[in-house]
Structures are given as C-alpha cells and as structure tokens.
Design a protein around this ligand. Structure first.
Ligand SMILES: *[C@@H]1O[C@H](CO)[C@@H](O)[C@H](O)[C@H]1NC(C)=O
Length: 360
C-alpha cells in the first residue's frame, strides 16, 4: 500500500479549537439529491480519468476504485426504493458497473507491471473484501495522544510485510490473521501520525473485515477508536492550515479509512466541499494543484521536495494527476454518498461505545 510522504509538520502546529462535529446534512430528500448529484458528477469524471489511464493506474489506485464500487452497490440498493432518488440510483448503478469492468481490465496491466505486489494484495481488489459499516459512532478526543512521535519511523516495506502476513498471501506466509510479534508491536505502537497511523488503522480494519479475533485482534475495537481519534485530530490540523497540498492525500485517506471504520464525524459537509474543489475538472483526477499564485507554488515546491521520498509504487503523472490521490479521493467521496444514503437525519445518530462487527 503505497504512501507518498509523511506530513510531519502537521503535528508541529497546535490543533484548532473544536467546531461542531456533526455534519449539517440535508434532512430533505431534495437536499440530499442535490449533494448526491454533485458527488456523482465528480465520481463520473474521476472514472473517466481511470479509464483513460488504465494501463498506468497502479494497484492502490484500483483499490480506491473497488472501495468506491462497494459503496455504490449499497447506495444503489438503497435508492432503488425511493421514487425521487431512483434516477440517481440508476446513475450510481451505471458507474458501479463501469468500475467493475475497469477493475477486471486492470488486472491484465497489474499482472505485467508488478505481479508480486498483485499476488500479495489481490484479495483487496475482490468484491466483498471491503465491508461497510452499519452502525456509526463518533471519535473520542480524549484518546488523542499527548504528543506525536517526531521521528519518521514508518517504513512502507515493514508495513506491507505486516499487511501481507495478515492477509496470508506471502510466499512463506502462515495462515491469515497470524501476524508476527514484530508486526503486532509495530501496528499497535502509540504516537504515530501520517501514514504510519493510517496503516495501523488499515491493519486492524482488514483484520476486522477478515474476521480475525485472536492475539492482537482481541483489542481491535480499542485500537481502531484510538487511531481514528488521532486521525481526526490530524485532519482538523490539516484543515486549520488550509489543506496545503502535501496533506490532502493523507486527509482523504483518513476519511476513507475511518469512515469505513464507522466514524460518522469524518463526513463533514465542509470537508466534502473541500475535496470536491480539489478535482481537476478537465481531467477528472486529483493531484498536485495548478500553480496559480505564489502561495500554492511555494506549496508545490515543498511537495516536490517531499516527492523525492516518494515510495516506490506511487504513480505521479506528468500533468499533476496522482493515482494515489485520485484513489483516496474517490474512496472518500464514495463514503460521503454512502452515509448520505445510509444515515439521514441527525436524530438517528447513536453513540455506541463499541461498534458491532460489520455485516458479512
Ligand atoms: C472517551 O474515552 C474515555 C477514555 O477511554 C472514556 O472515559 C470516555 O467515556 C469516552 N467518552 C465517550 C463519549 O465515549
């Protein structure tokens, strides 16, 4: 699972004061349809980008497409029953079918470009692997770490090793759900930020989706709550500094993962609006912002500096489109559509202390 850079400067700034956390979602069907229409248009453009560049989209990019597709299938079912939302539901269905076809086609290219990585992570491209939440809760600010670790101790290689152990897809791997002690320790280490933190969450999310319950997974729900509390804190910091470009990818990844973890407070209307505004309207992709002014060109220089540390599998196109950015964006946007369909008025919000396991 490729990551780009570690936006550690996020942890250097003070977190902003609390703002209302629940989203002022539309309570009327008309309001819902308006927002859903905007999200869908963005997703249709993004699917067009994926289709155009399919031979160059890496596995992580297609994982984003699969996560989106899972969300869409569920939304489609929900809206098939509502007269007003039926036309949107049909668009959703068409898009889901297109994504399914793209995922199948992409396997051909992925087999050529990185067969080993494909073998290890192919389960995450399969239908039904990603399970969506059916109960919602809120993050708990009292679980935020007193300090984040300042050192960049996250290694994509060791994180990948642990994820492969979890999936049980390595060449000399044992059974799924049986990570080594080193992995259990890495994946529960406190104080992580950035991609270290999001990959710790991913590890426990996948474990939950696979039904792992032994060893470190006895405490899965506790770890998930701690990680998402911290990811919420980091997202609020990213917002406070105006979402400068290097932070956008992790910001969207946090929404994608914690949203699937069932934390509804990641689905804020203003965060949705921010994400929609980052799409390159012509190309349909997400990535490096166009240099329009001094400020953003400074941010881009900083981002280029960080990009020298780009991990091996990130695919940055010369026109500023990023495969990973587009993947996290469409997966997060899929989550917004899903919660819109799944969880309408605020009165239905619950605060369960633990989440029931996702429906299988
Ligand atoms: C938040 O977490 C703390 C520490 O685990 C706990 O005491 C408190 O009850 C939690 N608050 C909510 C609203 O769940």
């Amino acid at each position: 699972m490729a990551s780009l850079w570690l936006p550690f400067f996020l942890v250097l700034i003070a977190p902003p004061p609390m703002r209302p956390s629940s989203l002022p979602w539309q309570d009327t069907t008309e309001g819902k349809a308006t927002i859903a229409g905007q999200i869908l248009s963005a997703l249709e453009r993004a699917a067009f980008f994926l289709e155009e560049r399919l031979p160059e989209i890496n596995l992580d990019g297609m994982v984003g497409a699969r996560v989106l597709e899972e969300h869409l299938r569920s939304v489609q079912e929900e809206w098939a029953q509502d007269t007003l939302l039926q036309p949107l539901g049909m668009r959703v269905g068409t898009l889901a079918a297109k994504l399914e076809a793209l995922i199948q086609q992409s396997l051909f290219y992925l087999r050529q470009s990185d067969p080993e990585y494909l073998r290890e992570f192919q389960p995450t491209l399969q239908p039904g692997f990603w399970k969506l939440p059916h109960a919602w809760s809120l993050t708990n600010a009292s679980l935020v770490y007193p300090t984040f670790e300042a050192q960049d101790s996250f290694s994509e290689e060791s994180s990948d090793t642990c994820l492969v152990q979890l999936l049980g897809t390595g060449t000399h791997s044992s059974q799924p759900c049986e990570p080594s002690d080193a992995c259990a320790s890495l994946m529960t280490k406190p104080g992580c930020s950035g991609y270290c933190l999001s990959h710790q969450l991913l590890f426990f999310l996948w474990a939950r989706m696979k039904g792992c319950t032994k060893g470190p997974f006895r405490q899965s729900q506790h770890h998930i709550r701690v990680f998402c509390a911290n990811m919420m804190d980091l997202n609020r910091r990213a917002e406070a500094i105006g979402y400068v470009y290097p932070t956008r990818d992790i910001f969207m990844e946090n929404i994608m993962f914690c949203g699937m973890g069932g934390f509804s407070d990641f689905y804020k209307l203003r965060w949705l609006e921010a994400i929609l505004s980052w799409q390159k309207k012509q190309k349909g992709c997400f990535g490096e912002p166009d240099a329009e002014d001094e400020e953003s060109s400074k941010a881009i220089q900083y981002q280029r500096h960080l990009l020298r540390r780009v991990k091996r599998r990130e695919k940055q196109f010369t026109d500023g489109c990023s495969s990973h950015n587009t993947a996290t964006a469409v997966a997060a946007l899929g989550g917004f559509l899903y919660i819109l369909a799944e969880y309408p008025p605020a009165s239905r919000q619950q605060h369960p202390s633990t989440l029931p396991p996702p429906r299988r």
